[in-house]
Design a protein around this ligand. Structure first.
Ligand code: SF4
Ligand code: SF4
Length: 281
């Protein structure tokens, strides 16, 4: 089973849920934890990972052969990302906007565009212990999109294990790429109006992709019931509510897993998984 842990916004506790759940499940059977939050992966901070592989991720950037270029502008028109401008003197390519999609070279009528490769990040693969393997993507600072890094990371999915993927925050292309092929999405949110707003956006993406989902409310508060009302009215199960708790916050800040320190929470995460398994099977 492949489970993505997503959130409409950063800082909701997505990594807390992903890491604690992965560790709980690994006490019962083989698990793979993948961190696809490639702009700021931090799942590895909770474990001692022994890395065994590091793979460069590259994209192909276009370059123009001036001798063949007619300055027709078809490449600029074809680029959805505004990464090409045409001047009287030549074609200007903005590498920091280019997603390496290759559309411009297809659009060029004179084959004036050739490609050079550029390293945009890495994928690191390793082992935490016998039952728990690990992988993470890391995008170089300043690169416009982590989609390619996530795609490379997902090539290492081990279908013989339960897979937990810590997704990037938000609802943009990297999240969609992470969700592709997942069996279930855990939506982590917080009990605030901002949390609800971003939860609605994330839920609409997951629904559009036809992936079953459930909600974990982090820093849950009895004073803010709107998340539960949204869940009820949209028939989305609440998988767990994690309250404001000083011990849990302290565990996080120390880089420890609170399910290791609190037996009650170990059992609650086991039940959380059982609710998901009940939907998938
Ligand atoms: S490769 Fe794609 S994103 Fe980059 S300049 Fe060409 S069309 Fe634009
Ligand atoms: S499409 Fe080709 S020929 Fe036309 S401006 Fe772009 S690089 Fe030059």
């Amino acid at each position: 089973m492949k489970i993505a842990v997503v959130s409409g916004k950063g800082g909701t506790g997505k990594t807390t849920v992903a890491t604690n759940l992965a560790w709980v499940l690994s006490q019962k059977g083989p698990v793979q934890l993948l961190d696809a939050d490639v702009e700021e992966p931090n799942s590895h901070l909770f474990f001692h990972v022994k890395y065994t592989e590091e793979i460069d991720v590259e994209i192909l950037l276009p370059r123009v052969d001036k001798e063949k270029c007619l300055l027709c502008g078809k490449c600029a028109k074809a680029c959805q990302f505004g990464a090409i401008s045409i001047f009287n003197t030549g074609v200007l390519i903005f590498d920091n906007l280019c997603h390496g999609c290759g559309t411009c070279s297809i659009a060029c009528p004179t084959k004036a565009i050739y490609e050079i490769s550029k390293q945009i990040g890495v994928v690191k693969i390793g082992q935490i212990d016998e039952k728990l393997t690990f992988g993470m993507g890391l995008l170089n600072i300043g690169e416009p999109s982590g989609v390619r890094v996530i795609r490379e990371l997902k090539k290492f999915i081990d279908n013989s294990r339960t897979v937990i993927i810590d997704a990037p925050p938000g609802t943009s292309c990297p999240v969609v790429e992470t969700l592709r092929g997942m069996d279930y999405a855990i939506m982590v949110t917080e009990a605030t109006p901002f949390g609800l707003h971003d939860l609605k956006l994330a839920a609409s993406v997951v629904k559009e992709m036809n992936i079953p989902m459930g909600i974990v409310i982090n820093r849950a508060s009895e004073d803010y019931k709107e998340i539960e009302e949204f869940a009820f009215s949209n028939d989305i199960p609440i998988l767990e509510k994690i309250p404001f708790d000083r011990d849990i916050a302290t565990s996080y800040s120390k880089g420890s897993l609170f399910v290791e320190e609190k037996k009650e929470w170990f059992e609650r995460f086991e039940r959380l998984y059982e609710k998901i398994a009940g939907v998938i099977v």
